[in-house]
Design a protein around this ligand. Structure first.
Ligand SMILES: N[C@@H](CCC(=O)N[C@@H](CS)C(=O)NCC(=O)O)C(=O)O
Length: 201
């Protein structure tokens, strides 16, 4: 498999999942502005949406959209516990969480990254995000990970997106469960490996 990624972008989530699953994979960096791969290829020929994460499967097929990509990775190693078995209530709970992360958190952060977002709109974006942080903080009360004691691909995604807080000088202290969760997840050896491989630490 080959994961097309950009350092620190949402592609860090499947990158973590691949390492946590212990799968063999290659990484290829993408310049998201120029839409070029590190090797100089036109990235839109790989993924017409021009976005990461993009996973090239061993069959040559291309899989996109973070929540789908991480579930595919988890399902390659069912014993890893990265996702409950398909068709179980646990899997629907995982999908519920992945969808929350993608639509409320990930896309909630997006305006903060756009160079043309007016400064006066940013506090409105942050207020909406902070309401979601409060909801996550409640979910995490008394739990090690989002789904309970087991680390899953939802944690890889949540850690990736919540990590963007530091780029926007957002202090997580008002959400103590979320803050300690971020520290706990960051300490996982495979996460440290992924962060190093992307040049983030
Ligand atoms: N709906 C996609 C969104 C992926 C996405 O927003 N990727 C960003 C990086 S975090 C990207 O590639 N941005 C460049 C662009 O949209 O042109 C998913 O969930 O995977």
């Amino acid at each position: 498999m080959k994961l097309y990624y950009s350092p620190g972008a949402c592609s860090l989530s499947p990158h973590i999942a691949l390492r946590e699953a212990g799968l063999n994979f290659e990484l290829e960096q993408v310049d998201l502005k120029a839409k070029k791969t590190k090797a100089g290829a036109d990235f839109t020929q790989v993924n017409p949406k021009g976005q990461v994460p993009t996973l090239k499967l061993d069959s040559g097929e291309i899989l996109t959209e973070g929540p789908a990509v991480v579930q595919y990775i988890a399902d390659q190693k069912p014993g890893s516990g990265l996702a409950p078995a398909a068709g179980t209530m646990g899997r629907y709970r995982l999908q519920e969480m992945l969808n929350f992360i993608t639509s409320e958190l990930h896309k909630g952060f997006s305006p903060l990254f756009r160079p043309n977002t007016p400064e006066e709109y940013k506090p409105i974006v942050k207020d909406a995000l902070f309401a979601k942080f409060g909801q996550l903080d409640k979910v995490l009360a008394g739990k090690s990970y989002l789904m309970g004691d087991q680390f899953t691909v939802a944690d890889a995604y949540c850690f990736t997106v919540m990590g963007w807080s530091k780029y926007h000088k957002i202090d997580l202290s008002p959400w103590p469960n979320l803050k300690s969760y971020m520290e706990r997840v960051a300490a996982r050896p495979k996460i440290q490996e992924a962060l190093k491989a992307e040049g983030l630490i």
